[in-house]
Design a binder for this molecule. Sequence first.
Ligand SMILES: Cc1cc2nc3c(=O)[nH]c(=O)nc-3n(C[C@H](O)[C@H](O)[C@H](O)COP(=O)(O)OP(=O)(O)OC[C@H]3O[C@@H](n4cnc5c(N)ncnc54)[C@H](O)[C@@H]3O)c2cc1C
Length: 406
Amino acid sequence: MSNSGSRAIVIGGSMGGLFAGILLRKSGWTVEIYERVSAALSGRGAGIVTHAELCAVLEAAGLDPKNDLGVAVQGRKTFDRSGHVIGTYQCPQIVTAWDRVFRMLLEAFPESNYHSGKELLRIEFPGEEVVAHFADGTCAEGEMLVGADGFRSTVRSQILPEVQPSYAGYVAWRGLVDEQALSERARKDLFDCLAFCLPPGEQMLGYPVAGPNNDLRVGHRRYNFVWYRPVSSEQLKDLLTDENGHTHSLSIAPALLRKDVIKDLRDAVRKLLAPQLQEAVNLNPQPLLQPIYDVETRHMAFGRVAILGDAAFIGRPHVAAGVTKAAEDAMALATALESGNDVPKALRIFEQSRMPVNRRIVERGRDLGVYLQPQLSTEEEYRKAEKHSTPASVMAEIAILDFLRG
Ligand SMILES: Cc1cc2nc3c(=O)[nH]c(=O)nc-3n(C[C@H](O)[C@H](O)[C@H](O)COP(=O)(O)OP(=O)(O)OC[C@H]3O[C@@H](n4cnc5c(N)ncnc54)[C@H](O)[C@@H]3O)c2cc1C
């Protein structure tokens, strides 16, 4: 069956949606992407660690991952509280900014087929067509709909309302700081590696990324930090409560974080982190709070509707696979649709190929993060916490996809 001229509706114009849009167009589909946010998307996730798998999908999408993808780091270091290196690990990788990959994708997709400010409210898929209804009263029709609408997915919640994000018991504080703002010592110690600092039951991780407009020149880059800290569900409610006493569900915009929450964070920085990494957090005026959730779906295909990326599975960030997973989901979708099968059958093939991998990514994230939970309940959790919390294991396991390749 030829896909030529078939219409695909993609909900969500971020990484997963753009990968799907570009790859489906390459195999002959007419693709319209609908993104809820009306302004340009930017800055989400700050830094990302790239993998060979991500580069392979970028190439398949006709993009050149060798063209200034990001900053090359040679290895990893763990710093103790006083700033001394207590362990190293050789591991060349490219680390980059979320914006860098997003821009590459956005530029490769026709502007006229990318519709901003279009919030999906619901879908209907009675027969050979899928209809998407938007908040502005308009609708779109196609032979297939792809839900790439992230962890609060409207598409998923309509089809699988029982699938809900499950809080992992800890949060990440994230942020970026300009290279020039850091001291000479911090620049020298931090810009050639992935740097770790491991206060008891916590994990700080940092790495360099490109500066604004993908500037990779020394002195013009930025430093990206991610600090995981255990936070009980009760404490999380407090962190998600703004100055007006309103408690937000799941996450809170950085500008709404209360002043006393930021002050507590700064106090903890002084007590717990290596001086080089203290600088990174303290120089960031508005850190971002990311509560860590797992999302695991039972299906990625429902007739003519598919879900992918964060809409289907969220693994904890320790695997650093969110963007790669969305890219590979999109690749598998496009490949399955090229097989000559009708759309529902092709989507089942897509689902069968991606469910096992995505489950392993979620499980791996849980294993690597178990020691950051405030409480451990089973012997298995204690065993995993011990295994994955030493400087040697952290450096050898975080943001590495070898477990999928074996
Ligand atoms: C703070 C943070 C840090 C991260 N760091 C990393 C990292 O280091 N490495 C890594 O690989 N990944 C990282 N990720 C994860 C990564 O950003 C995601 O896994 C990746 O962007 C998945 O893309 P997605 O398109 O599936 O979902 P998203 O990027 O969440 O995009 C979903 C899109 O759908 C839109 N949308 C939602 N609902 C609707 C609707 N009803 N109608 C229309 N549009 C809608 C949203 O506005 C959004 O643009 C991070 C994520 C966060 C939040």
